[in-house]
Write a protein that binds this ligand. Sequence first.
Ligand SMILES: Nc1ncnc2c1ncn2[C@@H]1O[C@H](COP(=O)(O)OP(=O)(O)OP(=O)(O)O)[C@@H](O)[C@H]1O
Ligand SMILES: [Mg+2]
Length: 366
Amino acid sequence: MADEKIMIVEDEGIVILHIRKALESLGYRVAGAATSGEDAVAKASEIRPDLVLMDIVLKGRSDGIDAAEKIRELLNIPVIYLTSHADEGTLERAKATEPFGYIVKPMRERDLRIAIEFALYKAKTEEELRRARGNLERQVKEQTAELIKINEQLHDLTAHLHTVSEEERKRIAREIHDEMGQTLTALKFDLAWISDRYKDDESFSERKKSMMKLVDSAIFAVKRISADLRPDVLDHLGLSAAIEWYALEFSKRTDIACGVTFLPGEIVLDGTLSTAIFRIFQESLTNVARHAGATEVKACLELKDGKIMLSVEDNGRGISEGEIDDRQSFGLIGIRERVRAFNGELKISGVPNKGTTVEVSLPVAG
Ligand SMILES: Nc1ncnc2c1ncn2[C@@H]1O[C@H](COP(=O)(O)OP(=O)(O)OP(=O)(O)O)[C@@H](O)[C@H]1O
Ligand SMILES: [Mg+2]
């Protein structure tokens, strides 16, 4: 036995009676009747039937269409149109409201049952679909929010690791420089003292020379290692001096010419920003030495319009799009993360056999 509540909207009392009888004999519950469009909307929102049978033409006007539209939109209740003398234009308008079926009056009980069963089935399926889509959308939304959160956490973690590693480098550089540097210098003095005492001993003189050489090269290595870890100039003389020093060291080490232009000549920035730019410069030059096969690098450091801009351009083989986007390109990912931490912009481009350019622009606070 069907248990659905059905509402009838019809302006002729005799027709209402006829439909009510037919519905009841089919086992449906008639939940009420309305005779005008306005009445229909009010009653439907009060009764909340499972289905509305709606006459298109009510009292000579096609009010049924407006009422059906409101009932669908506001209450999400399926509507079947009843029609006997609607013209083509009215039927077209009715069609546009996507009804759940039409029944032509006078109707047979069998047709009424089929139309109602079909409409209820369609409404149920639509509702299930709507619910499933809602669930899916909610899940996608939740998962997207979770992914965004994880992504943010990863960026924060990378920024934190950069800071921690910078601090650690500073500490190790200082320890190596101070501890080992001073010990080696003391050793050198002691060696000089001993050699003074045994200056007449020929065999010792040779040995002394080679020992002095070893101590000198150890002192030099200590300086180089500690400068590599954290260049002193960056902390004491500022960014321009550190970049200039590094470019010179790079040229000496690799035989690749490296010219840097500074605009203006002297650029002083806060510590973390200087460190970020310096590390990006360092990684870019290391990449030139390791991958580019270049003979020349031109770099420019410019402070303009509240931004610090660095460009490093080589004349090597040129980086490819695939290499730029590779998930294993950790050096470039490191550059990207540093730029992101400062809300800056990064552009990496390559032209085959012409070279690679890395351009960075970071806002300068204040
Ligand atoms: N200046 C360049 N010229 C040509 N190819 C480059 C240049 N810079 C980077 N590449 C290419 O892009 C890749 C990614 O560079 P990235 O710095 O991320 O990694 P890497 O230098 O190979 O390793 P590391 O993680 O130690 O830096 C390199 O392996 C290289 O193929
Ligand atoms: Mg690299």
